[in-house]
Design a protein around this ligand. Structure first.
Ligand code: UT7
Length: 330
């Protein structure tokens, strides 16, 4: 079987920078609390009229250009988001239209922070199996319209930001590129980090009361998520290395989902990795859920943090709970 590798990456961050200071005017919080507890100093918010699909399509255009191919070469679009433009249809079909692509398959992935790694595993399988030569994977979010900007919503409002990242997966020699993907879930924890309502479990599925109570905004048991995350990130990183007969000493760079700087630091410490081997950009973008890994990957490529032959691990944990890793030989 042939291999599959990432042949192009791209990112799109909205121009509007929102510093912690701006949030302190809206809710009872401080720059010091946000920096100490999360490592975040600023994030981006999308302008009115810009949707998750638009950010995703812009990131995708750059990834396709960098891959040196055209939209006509893409055989499948995989779009990961928890903040779609519409409840349905998904965002992948909107990207097909916005990029003027042929009538290719368009798949939306609903695995929140783990969505990009889940989506990448789909691309890996299609390319390795020879079903498509090029698959486009996008992670994109607009959180800023779903947060509550009062003290009642401060635990999530200070964390999340908007942005998008994309990657084109194409064919490679066997043993190069995406070596393996490892996906996990534990649905008994679905209620610990979710957007509960509106939803079709309820009848009627949407009411004024839901909105008045703010239940249309994310609900998060922060400490609980934190403790699971610091266990699952190292576990799934080790799993990827072991599966390929490699050790932590072989790892050139770990790119974790940017959940919280304290989580990233705890993961680095648990794996005894030097600081330079764990990438972080949460300071500038906050937590962008499905977009955080492809944004980080694109920055790493641009900054020359990844060189040919490097072993790179992408690892994620989030709502579901879901967690996953992908091991790459660049
Ligand atoms: O992307 C994957 C999914 N999400 C995550 O991975 C997030 C995981 N969790 C976290 O990052 C952290 O739990 C948080 C950053 C959300 C919170 O940090 P924490 O150190 O776990 O704080 P806490 O929830 O235990 O709250 C400590 C205190 C509370 O006050 P009391 O009860 O001690 O009086 C909170 O009400 O901090 C309060 N607090 C805030 N204070 C100022 C919560 N949010 C804020 C805020 N500003 N924004």
């Amino acid at each position: 079987m042939r291999g599959a590798r990432i042949v192009g990456t791209g990112r799109e961050l909205p121009p509007r920078v929102v510093k912690n200071e701006e949030l302190t005017k809206l809710m009872d919080t401080t720059d010091e609390w946000i920096v100490q507890r999360t490592g975040i100093r600023e994030r981006r918010y999308a302008d009115p009229g810009v949707g998750t699909s638009h950010l995703g399509a812009a990131a995708a255009r750059k990834a396709i250009d960098k891959a040196g191919i055209t939209v006509n070469d893409i055989g499948l679009i995989v779009f990961a988001t928890l903040s779609p433009d519409y409840f349905f249809p998904g965002c992948a079909v909107l990207v097909q239209e916005q990029l003027g692509m042929p009538t290719v398959g368009a798949l939306d992935v609903r695995d929140q922070c783990t969505g990009f790694v889940y989506g990448l595993s789909v691309a890996e399988s299609y390319v390795k199996g020879g079903f498509h030569d090029y698959v486009l994977v996008i992670g994109s979010e607009i959180h800023s319209r779903g947060l509550i900007f009062t003290t009642a919503g401060r635990d999530t409002a200070v964390i999340f930001g908007d942005g998008a990242g994309a990657a084109v997966v194409g064919p490679a020699e066997e043993g190069k590129g995406i070596l393996s993907s490892h996906l996990h879930s534990e649905g008994k924890y679905a209620g610990e980090l979710c957007l509960e309502e509106p939803g079709f479990l309820r009848d009627p599925w949407i009411t004024h009361e839901m909105i008045d109570a703010g239940r249309h905004s994310p609900k998060m048991n922060g400490r609980y998520v934190f403790t699971h995350a610091v266990r699952r990130f190292p576990e799934v990183t080790r799993e990827a290395l072991e599966k390929n007969g490699l050790t932590l000493a072989d790892l050139s760079l770990l790119i974790p989902h940017q959940a919280n700087l304290r989580i990233t630091n705890a993961v680095g410490a648990a794996l005894q990795l030097p600081e330079g081997k764990v990438f972080s950009n949460i300071e500038r973008f906050g937590n962008t859920t499905a977009a955080s890994i492809p944004i980080a990957l694109d920055e790493c490529v641009e900054q020359g943090r990844i060189r040919e032959g490097d072993i790179v691990c992408l690892a994620s944990f989030g709502s579901g709970f879901t967690w996953a890793s992908a091991l790459l030989r660049w």
